[in-house]
Design a protein around this ligand. Structure first.
Ligand SMILES: [Zn+2]
Ligand SMILES: [Zn+2]
Length: 247
């Protein structure tokens, strides 16, 4: 499978990239993780010939602002949006007049699945667990094509992140804080937290994404975070928009 990072910023777009979005290309499905502004680039890599599954970790704007670009796509096999409890109500409010084209008027079929209650309706295995953030957020563990991919964003360190990440082939985490930074009032990962989680979980590989736009104004800062993380977990990569990883 291929994982392509379409947006790697947290909070807002800057010259370093768009807000978070990643595409996971599998044999039978195109899976998208979060819908920041990076989502607008999806049609560079996804032609709509496979069913598309879009997972939203939570509803903060940097994770859903790209939904207004759904109109440009032609998902012939339909789109399924998967998000936490209450997703139907939130999505029918946000992806609707007067903000943008209503979901029901998009030129393809759209279904909504609320996690974790309806996870069994998915054609592949997905485990979701609540993480630690200012609003409810879900960490995700996907089992597909014989691989385990875990996505934990917008969270401080917590047991559920560790449970999800255990023995993942690929662990994708946020990296909002700078090295050494922590703020109990605003729980997020710094590179040491992310790398420490990868070690403790026995993950195969770690990719850092969701670099907070204000703390990481240029790629030098990301490179610095990568150096710090690699001292703890060598198989770490710092994502940038356009990065492709083979798993
Ligand atoms: Zn965020
Ligand atoms: Zn958030």
């Amino acid at each position: 499978m291929d994982i392509i990072f379409l947006g790697t910023n947290g909070w807002y777009d800057t010259c370093t990239g768009n807000t978070v979005c990643a595409l996971v290309k599998t044999k039978r499905f195109d899976i998208v993780l979060d819908a920041g502004n990076g989502l607008a680039k999806l049609d560079r890599y996804c032609d709509g010939s496979k069913p598309v599954y879009l997972f939203l970790s939570h509803f903060h704007l940097d994770h859903i602002i790209g939904l207004h670009t759904l109109l440009k796509f032609r998902f012939r096999e339909g789109l399924t949006i998967c998000a936490g409890t209450g997703a139907r109500s939130v999505l029918h409010t946000f992806v609707n007049n007067p903000f943008t084209m209503p979901l029901a008027r998009l030129p393809y079929r759209v279904k909504i699945i609320e996690l974790p209650a309806e996870a069994s309706k998915l054609p592949f295995k997905v485990e979701s667990r609540p993480l630690k953030h200012s609003d409810p957020v879900l960490g995700l563990r996907l089992r597909i094509d014989g691989k385990t991919l875990v996505y934990c964003t917008d969270t401080g360190y917590c047991l559920n992140a560790l449970k999800l990440a255990t023995r993942a082939d690929l662990l994708v985490t946020e990296c909002s804080h700078l090295p050494g930074e922590s703020n109990p009032g605003w729980p997020h990962f710094n590179p040491e937290t992310a790398a420490g989680l990868a070690v403790k979980a026995g993950a195969g590989r770690l990719v850092l994404t969701h670099f907070s736009a204000d703390r990481y104004p240029d790629m030098r800062r990301r490179a610095m975070a990568l150096r710090v993380a690699r001292k703890i977990f060598t198989r770490t990569t710092a994502a940038k928009d356009g990065l492709r990883i083979k798993l």
